[in-house]
Design a protein around this ligand. Structure first.
Ligand SMILES: C[S@@+](CC[C@H](N)C(=O)[O-])C[C@H]1O[C@@H](n2cnc3c(N)ncnc32)[C@H](O)[C@@H]1O
Length: 450
C-alpha cells in the first residue's frame, strides 16, 4: 500500500482507539481526524481497514479485556497506560479474533512499543502477548459460565455488565440474549428521502438502477437497504442531498410531531440535524426552526449538511438546551435528548464502554432540565416529542412521568408500528428494539403543554 503516514496500521488503530476513549469520538470521526493528516493513493483503502479494526475491537472489547486481564493476573488492562493498553488489545484481537499468526501479531506490536515507550515495556508486552497466545478462551469462558452467568453473558457477548442485568430484568433471559446477539450483527442501513428535493418512488428506482436493493418501511419516506454493490454514500444523488442515511426509529420522530408549514419549531438538542432537517422537509421549508446544540463542532457539521439538503428555514444556535430561552414561544418542540445511547450498540459499539451509573445519573439530570426548559419555551397547547436512543426506563418512561407532574400531558398518539413501553404510561409511548425491529432501540413520547 502506498501511504505517506510513516506508521504501521497498528499505530493508526491505537491512535484511533485512544481518541475514541479520551475524546469520546465515534470510530468514524476518530479516523477522519487521523486520516486528515494522511495523503497517498491508498488512503481510502487504509482508512477502511483501520475502521474495521477499530469497530471490531470496540465491539469485542469486553471479551478482549477478559483475555488480557486473565493473563495479567491481578492487575487490569484499564490500569495500564491507555495507549499501551490499546496496543495489547490490538495484538490480542489479531491473534484471537482475526487468526493472524501469533508471532507476526506480537512482533508488530512489540516494535511499536519499542519506538513509543522503552525496552522494558517492550519486554513486558512481549511476555503478555505470549501468554495471550497460549490462553484457552473457550475453557476460561466455560468456567466463568458455571461461576457467574451474568458475567459470562457480559464477556461472551461483549456488553457492559449493567446492561446485561438491565435487559434481563426488562425482557427476561432468552429475549435478552437475542438482543445481545442482534447488537453484534452488522448495522442495518435506512435511507430517508429528502422530500425537499426528491420523492420516494424516484429515489427507490434510482437506487435499484445503481445496484442498491431497498424495501418500503412503516415510515413513509424511509427505505430499508437490503443489499448494495456500492456504498450509497458514493452515489451522485446522495452527494446532491436527495436522500440521507437515518435510522428507521429516529426518522419516525418528525412524523409523530408532524410540524406544519409556517409553524415555529424548536429543536433543543439538534446536532447533527437528522430530525431538524426532517422537520424542515415536512414543513416544506416554510416557517422557522431554531436548532440549539451545546457542541459547536457538531453545529458546524450541521451547517454543511443543511446546504447539501437545501434546508432553508433553520437558524442554528450554539447554546445550552437546559436554559436557552427565545423571545417568542414555539408551536412545537423536538427534544431528542442526550442519553446513555444504550439503544445504539449495533451502530456505535464504542458507546458501550462510556457510561456507568454515575454518568447516567448526570445525563438524566440534563434530560429533566431540558424537559423543564422545553415547557418554558412552548406555547400553551403546544406539542413536543421527547425521544432518546436509550433502552432505560429512568431515561424514558420515568422522565415522562416527571414531565407529567410539571404541567405536560401525554398525548395518546396512534403509533402505527413499534412496541409500547413500561410503567403505567406504557400503552401511550413508543419503543423499538434492535432484535425486534431491526433498527436502534428507541423511545418516543408525545406531550402537550396544558
Ligand atoms: C441524541 S443527540 C441529538 C441528535 C439529533 N437530534 C439528530 O437527530 O441528529 C444529542 C445532542 O445533544 C447535544 N447536547 C448535549 N448536552 C446538551 C445541552 N446541555 N444543550 C444542548 N445540547 C446538548 C449533543 O451535543 C448532541 O448533539
Amino acid at each position: 500500500m502506498e501511504l505517506f503516514y510513516r506508521v504501521s496500521l497498528q499505530e493508526i488503530v491505537a491512535d484511533a482507539l485512544t481518541l475514541v476513549e479520551e475524546r469520546e469520538l465515534s470510530s468514524k470521526h476518530a479516523l477522519e481526524r487521523i486520516f486528515s493528516k494522511v495523503e497517498g493513493r491508498d488512503r481510502e483503502k487504509a482508512r477502511g481497514i483501520a475502521h474495521a479494526y477499530v469497530f471490531e475491537i470496540e465491539k469485542w472489547r469486553a471479551k478482549i479485556d477478559f483475555i488480557i486481564n486473565s493473563v495479567l493476573r491481578g492487575s487490569k488492562v484499564d490500569d495500564l497506560d491507555p495507549y499501551l493498553a490499546n496496543l495489547l488489545r490490538i495484538g490480542t484481537f489479531e491473534m484471537k479474533f482475526k487468526g493472524v499468526n501469533p508471532a507476526i501479531a506480537t512482533d508488530s506490536i512489540v516494535r511499536v512499543v519499542k519506538e513509543r515507550f522503552d525496552l522494558a515495556k517492550a519486554k513486558f508486552v512481549n511476555a503478555i502477548l505470549r501468554e495471550v497466545e497460549k490462553f484457552d478462551v473457550e475453557r476460561a469462558l466455560k468456567k466463568l459460565k458455571e461461576k457467574d452467568r451474568v458475567e459470562w453473558l457480559s464477556v461472551r457477548f461483549s456488553h457492559p455488565r449493567w446492561y446485561v442485568e438491565y435487559v434481563i430484568n426488562l425482557l427476561g433471559y432468552d429475549e435478552a440474549v437475542r438482543l445481545l446477539l442482534s447488537n453484534l450483527r452488522p448495522q442495518r442501513y435506512y435511507i430517508r428521502v429528502n422530500t425537499l428535493k426528491a420523492d420516494v418512488d424516484k429515489v427507490k428506482k434510482y437506487l435499484e438502477e445503481n445496484g442498491v436493493r431497498v424495501a418500503y418501511t412503516p415510515v413513509d419516506d424511509v427505505l430499508k437497504v437490503l443489499d448494495y454493490e456500492t456504498p450509497v454514500t458514493r452515489l451522485e444523488w446522495y452527494k446532491r442531498g436527495y436522500f440521507v442515511i437515518q435510522d428507521l426509529a429516529s426518522a419516525y420522530v418528525a412524523h409523530v410531531l408532524k410540524p406544519e408549514p409556517g409553524e415555529r419549531v424548536l429543536d433543543l438538542a439538534a446536532a447533527p440535524g437528522s430530525k431538524t432537517f426532517h422537520a424542515a422537509a415536512l414543513m416544506e421549508n416554510k416557517g422557522e426552526i431554531v436548532a440549539v446544540d451545546y457542541s459547536y463542532e457538531r453545529l458546524i457539521k450541521m451547517k454543511e449538511r443543511m446546504k447539501r439538503l437545501g434546508v432553508k428555514n433553520v437558524r442554528l444556535v450554539h447554546a445550552d438546551g437546559q436554559n436557552f430561552k427565545d423571545e417568542r414561544d414555539f408551536d412545537k418542540i423536538i427534544l431528542d435528548a442526550p442519553c446513555s445511547s444504550s439503544g445504539t450498540y449495533r451502530q456505535f459499539p464504542e458507546v458501550k464502554w462510556r457510561f456507568d451509573e454515575n454518568k447516567i445519573k448526570r445525563v438524566i439530570s440534563v434530560q429533566r432540565n431540558m424537559l423543564l426548559n422545553a415547557y418554558e419555551n412552548l406555547r400553551a397547547d403546544g406539542e413536543m416529542t421527547y425521544s432518546t436512543c436509550s433502552i432505560r426506563i429512568d431515561e424514558n418512561e420515568e422522565n415522562v412521568l416527571f414531565a407529567l407532574e410539571r404541567g405536560f400531558a401525554l398525548i395518546k398518539h396512534p403509533f402505527n408500528w413499534g412496541d409500547r413501553g413500561f410503567l403505567e404510561i406504557g400503552e401511550r409511548v413508543f419503543r423499538t428494539w434492535t432484535h425486534r425491529h431491526d433498527c436502534n432501540s428507541f423511545f418516543i413520547a408525545k406531550l402537550r403543554k396544558e
